[in-house]
Design a protein around this ligand. Structure first.
Ligand code: PMP
Length: 809
């Protein structure tokens, strides 16, 4: 009975209470928590580690935890079977039977000792208990040379083969492999000395088959963490056993990381603790007459470095090398023990596969400085880089490589880049990279000398534009292009007042902030200056005039006419109207029909110049046309281009008519130190060639249509999606809390963008209410990429946190 002031805050049910070990409680919780999870071991580790942090488990409990989990599920299926017999109609009694069986099958595929080590790691203990003893023993016992070179004097070259290493060029990686020629080049530079590939390095290049050996990894994570040391040396270099041991296993096949045979030797420390050394990449092991079970002396030859099989070099195999590992527990895998694992398993696997330098003794000074950690980079950035330069995502990403539609972080994890319209033809496209590298080695200077690259590029660029847009000014950024466009418009019209659209962004210079309500009407902004008229954003979904039809377009254009009249009413004239062909920061807005045509006619009638800002949308992205303004059936007076023009290289341009260009040439010289330099123009040309040769405009159309179709299916299921819109591969998904009121769901959009990044898919948010998911990937984006994007989004939309009314941010 409750006395005054007392409240029931919870109910403890002692009905099932027994006196037992605490681990039983953890095991039961884990058994049920893992039922519907793809990676049961991760669940057990998470629950055990969380418990251990507040209520420490004993090592003996940790040792039996995995068995207890399995036993619990085994009991559960037995109970269910029994109850089905006694009460066949009671479905509830066997409700967890099927998932329990499925979980048991997944658990049966996990080696119990691997589970034990994983739980130990989660509890902050050394994962493999005997590893410390093995390390101690190796540190105090002499090892024979593995090849005929004493690496202990440091006379070696340790290669940086890490994911961000410039030694591995992305152009070599179109099949994610290391070109032998690249490595051969570096080997030749070190004069035939042994070159070393590092242990614990997260690599760009991974053996394809390694990835399949582990399950339950983060999406996009690859088996990139190298568990051995590589010794690159010429074929036929003899290889010796570092330690006396017994031949444990031989494999003549491709089991190892290096092409060739594998020899596994078994050893024991002074106290009898077994461990193994593994030598991969040997010429036929049989040649040295090894036999499983036979003893090998320290320093005895066990093989020689294998030559590459015929054709392997051309197929991209690594150059000949010995891959060496020390393994504390083989987990019964023998030669199939992984040579590389996903980095998120590094704690357990670096305890299972110890640093082979314990055998080689290469001094620390021979190793290159490790790269700054993500935390260090973040701290340095906070200290030394302008404070209002924001970083995307709740958990910032350290990106060290780009290739095609993917970006890779320092842990080798691949992210599908769905938002980078700068890397238009794919990150580090080999044709573009080569064009830049080539010209960089020949000439790079300003435009005061005659050179063909600027005129060639101008010819090809203007060939994509309608007449009379035929005169180019080359600059280095979208902002510079728009800034110059404003000067052209003001000079050509003899007026100063500009008209712009609400929420538009045109760049970061003072003149552009003035015509960018996205900035001047936002935090820290000073509002529009008196010579800028802001017109309501032509948003067919949310704005005052709805729909994409001509009526809507004309209705929005009437606001432009009102702006013209407002300027004239103050006794001044219109310099121009600046307008994105599809609005980016405004929230991926597709303009309604006839908007640009009507607005341009009105502005021109008042003597103004019409500028189409194609910085975001140009170069085939919209699919149906090469330029966004063409979808509106207009020819602007000035077009500005940027972001995609150089595929990441700073290249931008203003293209205008001869008439406007003549008016601008008023005696004051136009000079731009970097704009139009030979390297930038070579790169710009290469980008145009790739778009043409790879049919990328057509790709943007087909993949964009597929993506829109799948997103609209998603919209049928999820009321959170209020609108899906876009052209080609320029797409916006507007999120609303209520489809009737269209109340923006900005917090949900932020949650989704962050969750998608966790799932390895990069998107961003924009729009005045930050509730529009922005999609504008490199236009090499494939249908499979589109499917991955939609599948990940579907997963996140199904999560409790994002459900309407359920969000807990
Ligand atoms: N115009 C538009 C439409 C843009 O989106 C941007 C950049 N987001 C710019 C101009 C400015 O380009 P940059 O950042 O290269 O100066």
């Amino acid at each position: 009975m409750l006395v005054h002031g007392q409240q029931i805050s919870g109910i403890l049910d002692f009905g099932d209470m027994v006196y037992s070990v605490a681990a039983a409680e953890v095991a039961i919780a884990a058994a049920y928590a893992l039922l519907d999870k793809p990676d049961p071991l991760a669940v057990i580790a998470l629950i055990a580690g969380s418990c251990h942090a507040v209520y420490p488990l004993q090592e003996t409990e940790i040792a039996v935890l995995f068995d207890l989990v399995c036993m619990r599920l085994a009991m559960s299926v037995c109970h269910a079977a029994h109850q089905r017999r006694t009460e066949p109609d009671n479905e509830y009694l066997s409700i967890s039977e099927r998932p329990a069986w499925a979980a048991l099958e997944r658990l049966a595929a996990i080696h119990p000792r691997l589970a034990h080590y994983t739980v130990r790691a989660a509890c902050g203990l050394p994962p493999v208990p005997q590893s410390e003893r093995i390390v101690d023993w190796l540190q105090t016992n002499h090892c024979a040379l593995v090849i005929d070179a004493d690496l202990r004097d440091g006379d070696v070259t340790v290669l940086d083969l890490s994911i961000g290493s410039a030694l591995v060029q992305s152009s070599d990686l179109t099949a994610l492999r290391l070109e032998p020629s690249t490595l051969a080049y570096h080997l030749s530079r070190i004069g035939g000395k042994v070159a070393i590939g590092r242990y614990g390095e997260v690599r760009t290049v991974v053996a394809a088959e390694d990835g399949s050996k582990l399950t339950g990894d983060l999406p996009g994570e690859r088996a990139a963490l190298h568990l051995g040391i590589d010794l690159f040396a010429p074929p036929q270099t003899p290889v010796y056993a570092a330690l006396a041991g017994i031949v444990h296993a031989l494999s003549a096949g491709e089991a190892g990381h290096a092409p060739g045979a594998t020899v596994l030797l078994r050893h024991a420390t002074g106290d009898g603790t077994p461990f193994y050394t593994r030598y991969d990449g040997l010429a036929s092991a049989e040649a040295t007459a090894l036999e499983v079970g036979k003893t090998v002396q320290a320093g005895a030859q066990i093989g020689a470095i294998a030559a590459l099989p015929d054709g392997a070099a051309a197929a991209g195999s690594w150059p000949p090398h010995l891959h060496l590992q020390i393994i504390s527990d083989l987990l019964e895998l023998d030669a199939a023990f992984p040579a590389a694992v996903v980095p998120s398993r590094s704690d357990v696997y670096c305890s299972l596969s110890l640093d082979p330098n314990l055998l080689l003794g290469i001094p620390a000074r021979a190793f290159p400085q490790p790269p700054a950690s993500k935390v260090e980079t973040l701290a340095a950035r906070k200290q030394r880089i302008g404070y209002n330069l924001s970083i995307s995502y709740r958990e910032p990403l350290k990106i060290v490589r780009g290739l095609g539609v993917h970006l890779y972080d320092e842990r080798g994890r691949a992210y599908l880049d769905c938002v980078n319209n700068v890397a238009h033809v794919g990150h580090c496209h080999p044709h573009v990279v080569a064009a830049g590298q080539r010209q960089m080695g020949v000439l790079n200077t300003n435009t005061r000398y005659l050179h063909d690259s600027i005129t060639d590029y101008a010819r090809e660029l203007t060939a994509t534009l309608p007449a009379p847009l035929s005169v180019c000014f080359f600059v280095n950024s979208g902002s510079e292009a728009n800034d110059l466009a404003l000067r052209l418009a003001r000079m050509a019209s003899g007026q100063f007042d500009m008209i712009t659209l609400d929420v538009a962004y045109h760049g970061h210079t003072q003149a552009l902030i003035e015509v960018s309500p996205y900035k001047h009407a936002g935090p820290g902004g000073l509002g529009a200056p008196p010579f800028v008229q802001t017109v309501v954003m032509p948003d067919p979904y949310r704005g005052p005039h709805r729909g994409y039809g001509v009526e809507s377009g004309r209705a929005y254009a009437r606001h432009v006419q009102a702006a013209v009249e407002a300027i004239q009413a103050q006794g001044r004239g219109v310099a121009g109207f600046i307008c994105e062909s599809l609005m980016g920061c405004g929230g991926q807005i597709v303009l309604p029909d006839a908007f640009m045509a009507t607005a341009f006619a009105q502005v021109r009638a008042a003597g103004g110049i019409c500028i189409a800002d194609e910085v975001q949308t140009g170069f085939g992205r919209v699919g149906s046309h090469f330029w966004g303004f063409a979808t509106q059936g207009v020819v602007p007076d000035i077009v500005t281009v940027g972001k995609p023009a150089g595929n990441g290289h700073p290249l931008a341009a203003v293209i205008t008519t001869p008439e406007i260009a003549r008016k601008f040439a008023n005696g004051m010289e136009y000079f731009n130190t970097f704009g139009g330099n030979a390297v930038s123009c070579a790169i710009g040309l290469a980008v145009l060639e790739v778009i043409e040769q790879e049919g990328l405009q057509a790709n943007a159309l087909t993949v964009g249509s597929h993506l829109m179709m799948r997103l609209r299916h998603l919209m049928d299921i999820h009321p959170l999606i209020g609108d899906v819109r876009g052209l080609g591969l320029y797409i916006g998904i507007e999120l609303v809390l209520d489809r009737e009121t269209r109340q923006p769901a900005g917090e949900q959009a932020a949650y989704i963008a962050n969750r998608m990044a966790e799932l390895g898919v990069l998107i961003s948010t924009d729009g005045p209410d930050h509730n529009v998911l922005k999609i504008k990937p490199p236009i090499i984006f494939s249908q499979a990429n589109a499917d991955q994007l939609v599948d990940s989004l579907a997963l996140v939309l199904d999560e409790d946190a994002v459900q309407v009314g359920n969000a807990d941010f």
